[in-house]
Design a protein around this ligand. Structure first.
Ligand code: FAD
Ligand code: FES
Length: 324
């Protein structure tokens, strides 16, 4: 297959913006759609010199030959993709499916929990459990009603849907951990809970289920580089064991995960991430100034740039669902 044809197969067919910072991309990739299983992820490069970032396969349609990615703009690359990934454009590279598929098929009654952006990656699991004949209870958490997305998709595959909002604008006022407590109160025969979201949220969910001895699976998101088990960047601790999330997960037993270590490692490159964001912001600003100055770039540059901090106002990925 020629490079041109391969590139065309990563074309963005649809895009939806759920909020100022969250967007979905439906990408044409028939082979990926055929191979994808719930719980797997891809590594994406949006352009030739772009960073490789892992993104969960939030949906796949084998008939249409598409995979869906849901992205939250939290830093340089995801913000850049928010600007450049428009319908008709193509992603430069899309590698996968990576990671182990989620084991689906044994649980008869399961609670699928998604917090904030975690709502998207838990969808294929909820659908997979439903297709396997399980009774599925969805627990979805958002800060407020206007941030809700994919309610219809979950309604279609969940026997019960518990919506939680931090401000009580819809559903249960509270965190997804409160939603799990509600589900446990209603059902004393839950086999498994699957929780996906920020580490604090997954930790809180695991603590809710621990006293009830309910199997709890969480999807870990450590910093990944190669995604093939070679670099060790995605090392996570489970009790006295060390695992690589990219090849041993990303799903793990939430009761064993060392969440403090995960959160510490996620913040390890904060300075570099901030510097990359600042360089990119400065670059964008310069381009805008050149564009607004037409062909006379000399006129554009004397304008002093605004303080970089204005352009660094991005959401904290850990605050999307505070504390679970
Ligand atoms: C298995 C897996 C699945 C993921 N799925 C999704 C998803 O479906 N949607 C989504 O929006 N995000 C997802 N992420 C997180 C996403 O990869 C990061 O938000 C992204 O890499 C941030 O890059 P940035 O340049 O925009 O921000 P940066 O400023 O570079 O980083 C912001 C934060 O993102 C995390 N991060 C940075 N680089 C990486 C990296 N290479 N790998 C993992 N985390 C990183 C760090 O915690 C960092 O503090 C997933 C991560 C993993 C490991
Ligand atoms: S990303 Fe390198 S070992 Fe997992």
């Amino acid at each position: 297959m020629s490079a041109a044809i391969e590139r065309a197969s990563f074309q963005i067919l649809e895009r939806e913006d759920f909020s100022d910072v969250t967007y979905s991309l439906v990408v044409h990739h028939p082979l990926m759609a055929k191979a994808a299983r719930p719980g797997q992820f891809v590594i994406v490069m949006s352009h030739e010199s772009g960073e490789r970032i892992p993104l969960t396969i939030a949906d796949f349609d084998r008939g249409k030959g598409t995979v869906t990615l849901v992205v939250q703009a939290v830093g340089k690359t995801t913000k850049e993709m928010q600007q450049t990934c428009k319908v008709g454009r193509a992603l430069y590279a899309l590698v996968g499916p990576m990671g182990l598929p989620s084991p689906i098929g044994h649980a008869k009654k399961v609670v699928c929990v998604g917090g904030g952006l975690g709502v998207a990656p838990v969808f294929p699991q909820a659908r997979g459990f439903k297709q396997s004949g399980a009774y599925v209870i969805g627990v979805l958490g958002f800060r407020t009603e206007k941030l809700i997305f994919w309610r219809d998709k979950f309604s279609a595959c969940c026997d019960e849907l518990i919506l939680c909002t931090d401000d009580g604008s819809v559903g249960l006022k509270g965190f997804v951990s409160d939603g799990i407590k509600l589900a446990i109160g209603r059902h004393n025969d839950i086999d498994e809970v699957v929780a996906i979201g920020p580490p604090l949220m997954m930790q809180a969910c695991s603590e809710v289920t621990r006293p009830h001895s309910i199997k709890t699976i969480v999807s870990l998101n450590p910093i990944m580089v190669d995604g093939t088990g070679m670099c060790g960047g995605c090392r996570v601790k489970l009790g006295d064991q060390v695992k690589f999330a990219c090849v041993d997960g990303a799903d793990f037993d939430g009761h064993k995960v060392d969440f403090a270590d995960l959160m510490m490692r996620l913040r390890r490159y904060a300075q570099e991430e901030k510097a990359a964001m600042q360089r990119w912001s400065d670059n964008c600003r310069m381009k805008e100034q050149v564009a607004s100055g037409g062909h006379n770039a000399a006129l554009a540059f004397p304008v002093p740039p605004p303080p970089a901090t204005e352009l660094l106002e991005l959401p904290d990925p850990f605050e999307e669902v505070q504390g679970g």
